[in-house]
Design a protein around this ligand. Structure first.
Ligand code: PLP
Length: 398
């Protein structure tokens, strides 16, 4: 059976992680892997998570199945956190929220739901987009198309081109949008651009699929969900993949949710039955531990404030490193203007150099980033920023 099976190349990010681990250089810097790091390079367990976890473990009396939709109190709290209080879709009982194994699980279940509802539609994804979007959505059999989004060399959004392309999308097509902290570019639409886009989505009858993996890491929990809330109130149907990997640091606990907005409460019931069946056929039920932690944090005011403080620290650290690296690149007389780093949001930005220059950074200077020159800004620290800036400046002179 397996004689014909070809080996696949390793996932580019996992392959990069392995190369980094094998590099013995004392000054090596990892800007590749997409996890938050504190100034010492650790990805810490948040204090609110540890406290919630201790209470859960002390009180847990069973590990019996929780059901394909996951925890009801988690799903309710996530809907509130993301859509905000009094959202019209919630008020009209047009939302369906199911717990999923991380944001990836939500994207995959969402893709299967789209295929079950309208197998022929196209899903329009930004160029560039997070590399895993393509297999997550494409392996359900949906056809993907790219819309122009960002020009890495000039560090600018291609908003006019994006609109022009989406103007030709067919009615019913799906548009995947990064709600905030666009991965890999760090370049988000401003409120005016979101409004223009919403107008287009309404006019062309497109179905938005929002990916919210970094809520709280751009400007704040409410501000980062503003576009999601606004679109959710403006269109009859929407999908939304939520992840708590980054903002609660629950990466390996696989904690996420899929929120669907339907045109009517009756349609929402049909969607619920479908997403439960899809989850059941793929993984049966989502893992509980991360959602139990998150639900406890959302329900306990002391834990909620502790989370908000810790999230604020993560956000401030990333923003601080953006400013610091942009400044150090000036000091190192790196060719080009790097002020865009301070204007962008979230963990990632594209340096905007060639794959060859990325390889030089890795081989000569032991600075690791993905081949598209995506840098994880949380990999920068006051200790390594000078080294990284000098390495970039040297490579830009080559
Ligand atoms: C844009 C984007 N969407 C979704 C995810 C999903 O993350 P997870 O499945 O770990 O929750 C990530 C994680 O890196 C991401 O960057």
């Amino acid at each position: 059976m397996f004689q014909q099976l070809k080996g696949l190349d390793p996932d580019p990010i996992l392959g990069l992680m392995a190369k980094f681990r094998a590099d013995p250089h004392p000054q090596k810097v990892d800007l590749g892997v997409g996890v938050y790091r504190d100034p010492s390079g650790n990805t810490p367990v948040l204090e609110c998570v540890t406290r919630a976890e201790q209470t859960i473990l002390a009180g847990q009396t069973t590990k019996t199945y929780i059901g394909p939709a996951g925890r009801a109190e988690f799903n309710d709290a996530v809907t509130q956190l993301v859509l905000g209080p009094g959202h019209p879709a919630v008020r009209d009982r047009r939302t369906v929220t199911v717990q999923t194994p991380g944001g990836c699980g939500a994207l995959r279940v969402g893709a299967e739901l789209i295929r079950a509802a309208a197998a022929g539609v196209r899903v329009h994804v930004s160029d560039p987009t997070w590399s895993n979007h393509v297999p997550l959505l494409g392996s359900s059999g949906l056809r993907l198309e790219r819309y122009p989004y960002y020009e890495p060399a000039s560090h600018r959004l291609r908003f006019a081109e994006m609109l022009a392309q989406l103007e030709h999308a067919s009615a019913g097509d799906v548009v995947l949008l990064h709600a905030c902290c666009h991965n890999p570019t760090g370049a988000d639409l401003d409120p005016q651009q979101w409004e223009t886009l919403i107008g287009l989505v309404q006019r062309r009858n497109l179905v938005p699929f929002l990916d919210l993996a970094y809520q709280g890491l751009s400007e704040g929990l409410g501000a980062d969900a503003a576009a999601v809330r606004r679109i959710g109130a403006a269109v009859p149907e929407m999908l939304l993949a939520v992840s708590f990997s980054k903002n609660l640091g629950l990466y390996r606990e696989r904690t996420g949710a899929l929120i669907c907005i339907a045109e009517t409460a009756g349609r929402a019931d049909a969607i619920r039955s479908q997403v439960l069946q899809i989850g059941r056929s793929m993984y049966s039920m989502p893992p509980d531990h991360g959602a139990a932690i998150a639900a406890r944090i959302f329900a306990d005011p002391a834990l909620t404030s502790s989370w908000h403080r810790e999230l604020e620290q993560m956000r401030a650290r990333i923003d601080g490193m953006r400013v610091l690296l942009a400044g150090q690149l000036k000091t190192a007389r790196a060719e080009g203007d790097f002020d865009f780093l301070s204007r962008q949001h979230g963990m990632f930005s594209l340096l905007g150099v060639s794959g060859q220059q990325v390889a030089l950074l890795r081989e000569r200077h032991h600075v690791y980033m993905t081949s598209d020159s995506r840098m994880n800004m949380a990999g920068i620290s006051p200790e390594n920023v000078g080294y990284v800036a000098d390495a970039i400046a040297a490579v830009l002179r080559c």
